[in-house]
Design a binder for this molecule. Structure first.
Ligand SMILES: *Cc1c(COP(=O)(O)O)cnc(C)c1O
Length: 239
């Protein structure tokens, strides 16, 4: 591709085509796994994307979006909220305790609960806001030191703790190690979810969502497959 030509991933027809293609792929993977095509929700990850990418996704009927930073999510979505009443925003990046109230106010679901102190802060935010906070517990299935998430052996205790605090714990989320086959990690997440009576499994990204669907994912989080490569490199964020 000539460097002077516009990035085709940014053109609206391409984003719309990619969305349609991914939806077809998801339905096919569901059928292949003997699951209903409605069993899997596509979370479109819009971190680093320009406003027009969000608009195109909305115009195709996409309503569930993932962001990994509280502040960028506010910039992206604060005003669109009013226009799109059925929007669902999911926080998929690490959350600092001091941003818990902001996150609880903006997001419908926080997928990255990974420690008791954060559960405490979210419970305070819920009480102040007079509403229930919906969460997933993020599990560090590969026990990677640099990665967020509770260790698998501590997951049951954190689920119990969050429930005790009044949070609505809907399920689990994981990001498998980049250099390993994801299947065993997805299987581990499903096993932890089952023994805790949890239905939601947020697992699978652009590179491995078909595998995740085979292992029971209910939510797949896709960025680059929909919008092309990101502008800014992925840095660990602490929002
Ligand atoms: C960025 C991100 C994604 C999307 O990644 P792609 O590989 O671009 O699909 C999914 N989950 C989390 C937690 C992310 O930070």
């Amino acid at each position: 591709m000539a460097s002077s030509s516009p990035d085709p991933a940014r053109t609206s027809s391409t984003v719309a085509e990619r969305l349609a293609g991914v939806r077809r792929d998801i339905a096919e993977a569901c059928r292949g796994a003997g699951r209903s095509p409605q069993a899997v929700v596509l979370t479109a990850v819009t971190k680093t994307q320009p406003r027009d990418a969000l608009e195109v996704a909305l115009s195709t009927g996409q309503r569930v979006f993932g962001e990994n930073r509280v502040q960028e999510a506010q910039t992206h979505w604060a005003d669109l909220r009013a226009r799109v009443p059925d929007l669902e925003l999911r926080l998929i990046g690490p959350l600092q305790t001091n941003k818990a109230a902001d996150a609880a106010a903006l997001f419908d679901v926080i997928e990255t609960l990974d420690r008791a102190r954060l559960a405490d802060a979210l419970a305070v935010a819920a009480a102040k806001g007079g509403r229930t906070v919906r969460v997933l517990v993020q599990v560090n299935t590969g026990a990677e030191p640099q990665k967020a998430g509770v260790l698998p052996r501590d997951a049951d205790a954190l689920v119990a703790y969050a429930r005790d605090k009044g949070l609505s714990v809907e399920g689990l989320m994981c990001i498998p190690p980049a250099d390993e086959a994801p299947g065993p990690h997805f299987a581990l997440l499903r096993k932890i979810a089952r023994r805790n009576g949890l239905d939601t499994l947020s697992m699978g990204m652009s590179g491995d969502y078909r595998t995740a669907i085979r292992f029971g994912a209910t939510h797949v989080r896709l960025g680059s497959a929909l919008f092309g490569e990101r502008n800014r490199p992925e840095t660990p964020s602490m929002d």
